[in-house]
Ligand binder design. Structure first.
Ligand code: ATP
Length: 588
């Protein structure tokens, strides 16, 4: 496919504010894409040249891209930057300056552009910046203004389409299986390989049968299984051990979820939001090499900061310091992490996803050698709610978050959140007992002192997994320090867009819409019903009139912390979770 043809689809995707139209356009694009191109087209549509988990970053700074544009279109870097500041989009700046080729279509194909972007990503060592400029400029002089606008956003990591993975799956299902509702048939493969390009290519080449045969692979993260909530130990036994089979319980560690992939001496690690974090935890790489008695393995673990002097587990905020990209070796020494291994998903060439939990725990206990870094957490089977209450009290008194309870016979459901796994946390009597991860959808201009920060309140939303959309749930104006206001405003301002993004649903119209990317953790007193918010709002046509039920909203919301470091927007609390929490309020 010609790159200019692909760009006509990006243009259409960029201008629609309807998610259903997004899916139609994607389906049209995937229908005409060849089996050689489809994976590249999928990655590029998401502003990437590889799946999200691959550590292949093109990463060019604003100034370097400005220099590239300047050289390509006979301008000056300063002029490009001035135009960028005025327009707020480097893509538009490139388009405006591309005078000569403005209307010309050259013969660059999607594969040509993709391969050069891969080369840019793989360039390193001396002279990297110059080599990258030459490569990107080689493309820019060959393309028209509109193509240039879309291209330069990729190395800046500023793809503005914001198309989530489920929307890509909907597009594939509509294009190749004839109905977007058949997305369900692709979800298992997606949860087990996390690679949309691979799924698209397999679907085009070998059809649905091929996709069904896609297997867990060491090196491709498996989407994490997550927990539901229940109000207390008694309810846990009612729901999870109806015939007295007992429940499996482990402490809930409050750190980073780290999925460890071992392939001989090659060890890679992925976060819960499927990012490669291998470089961040050198001590865990070492520990895995020394302590895991298997050639290949995938382990589900929680990594925590541990203070050797006081033998204390440190709170999450301390652990997050490790997300910073510098001084890793020094941090590993000062703040060594332990990885509590609570599950095993693959061993010596065999997937364990369809092996019941208790068997997985036996395998786990066998393959972790004693050592300093990996600590097996195979848990206990409990038969009585008072024992579970004791374990909960004990965990909390040790500074841990609570307990995670699992059904003894459950298989590992990649990407699932259901009553196979349930978390019990500390505040569990009456008041809302959990925080909510929300996505910033926009901001409302500030008055008085807040005017100085640009924003007076944020409009935030939760994630509707079925619709792949962000639904408004609250405005939040308290709990932020002046510093945090400044920080959040600066971040939000970089993501401002002219119109409501296609995947956002809100009745409230903020002063400024923001691309849904920033995740914040919020504590609220209560979840209430509200006609003003769209989270969980249902509408029906009754006697020709649209009748709608209220949505759900947060009462007295306040910011706890920023969570963008370990959460993608699609990892935010879902509408279904919010409704479960609403139904559990006030019950013990
Ligand atoms: P929270 O914000 O309450 O930590 P969460 O959004 O991270 O919850 P949940 O599904 O609610 O995710 O809880 C599961 C998380 O708990 C896992 O992602 C993992 O990081 C952590 N965890 C800690 N200990 C365990 C354990 N023993 N088994 C499973 N998950 C555990």
């Amino acid at each position: 496919m010609l790159f200019s043809k692909f760009v006509t689809y990006l243009e259409r995707l960029e201008t629609t504010s309807s998610r259903l139209i997004l899916i139609d356009i994607l389906a049209e694009l995937f229908t005409i894409a060849s089996k050689e191109d489809i994976d590249k087209i999928i990655y590029l549509t998401q502003g990437r040249v590889a799946p999200f988990f691959a550590p292949l970053e093109i990463g060019m700074a604003d100034k370097t891209v400005a220099e590239t544009i300047a050289r390509s279109y006979a301008s000056k870097k300063e002029d490009v930057l001035a135009l960028y500041n005025k327009l707020g989009d480097m893509g538009k700046a490139a388009q405006d300056l591309n005078l000569e080729n403005r209307d010309k279509n050259k013969n660059l194909t999607v594969a040509d552009v993709f391969n050069i972007l891969i080369k840019i990503a793989n360039t390193n060592g001396e002279g990297t910046v110059e080599k990258r400029i030459m490569l990107l400029s080689g493309l820019l002089v060959e393309m028209n203004g509109v193509s240039a606008r879309h291209l330069v956003r990729i190395p800046l990591g500023n793809n503005r389409l914001g198309i989530g993975d489920p929307t890509i799956l909907d597009g594939l299902a509509l294009a190749i299986l004839g109905d977007r509702n058949r997305r369900k048939l692709l979800e298992k493969a997606y949860s087990e390989t996390s690679d949309l390009g691979l799924i698209g290519k397999t679907l085009k080449t070998d059809g649905l049968d091929g996709v069904r045969k896609l297997m867990v692979r060491v090196g491709c993260p498996i989407r994490s299984e997550l927990c539901e909530r229940l109000p207390g130990p008694e309810k846990v036994f009612e729901k999870m051990s109806p015939n007295g089979e007992g429940v499996h319980a482990t402490p809930k560690y409050d750190g980073f979820r780290v999925q460890i992939h071992k392939n001989d001496d090659d060890v890679r690690m992925f976060s819960r939001n499927l990012e490669d974090m291998t470089h961040m935890f050198p001590e865990i790489i070492d520990g895995t090499r020394k302590q895991i008695m298997a050639k290949t393995a995938i382990l589900d673990t929680e990594a925590l900061a541990y203070q050797p002097e006081s033998e204390e587990f440190l709170p999450f905020q301390e652990t997050t310091k490790r997300r910073r990209k510098h001084n890793i070796a020094q941090m590993a020494e000062q703040l060594p992490l332990k990885a509590f291994v609570f599950d095993i998903l693959y061993i010596n060439g065999k997937s364990l996803l369809d092996t019941p939990l208790t068997e997985r725990m036996t395998i786990l206990a066998d393959i972790v050698y004693d050592g300093d870094v990996l600590i097996p957490a195979p848990g206990k089977i409990l038969y009585d709610s008072s024992d579970l209450q004791k374990m909960l009290d004990d965990s909390i008194s040790k500074g841990l978050e609570g307990v995670v309870v699992k059904r003894t016979d459950s298989l590992y459901e990649a990407g699932g959140r259901n009553f196979n796994w349930v978390k019990l946390k500390r505040h569990s009597s009456g008041e809302l007992n959990d925080t909510i991860d929300c996505v910033v959808l926009g901001y409302i201009a500030g008055k008085g002192k807040r005017a100085a920060f640009g924003a007076g309140a944020l409009l935030v939303g939760v994630y509707d997994k079925e619709k792949d959309m962000f639904m408004s749930v609250s405005k939040i104006g308290t709990g932020l320090t002046d510093e945090e206001w400044k920080e959040i405003y600066e971040r939000a301002d970089k993501l401002r867009v002219d119109q409501k993004p296609a995947r956002v649903d809100s009745i409230i119209v903020p002063s400024v819409w923001v691309r849904p990317e920033i995740v914040i953790e919020i504590l609220a007193d209560e979840i209430t019903r509200s006609p003003n918010h769209t989270a969980g709002k249902k509408s029906a046509i009754i006697n020709g009139q649209i009748e709608s039920e209220s949505g759900y909203a947060l009462r007295f919301p306040r910011l706890v912390t920023f969570r963008s470091a370990d959460r993608r927007p699609e990892d935010a609390t879902t509408v279904n979770e919010l409704i479960t929490m609403y139904n559990q309020q006030g019950k013990k």
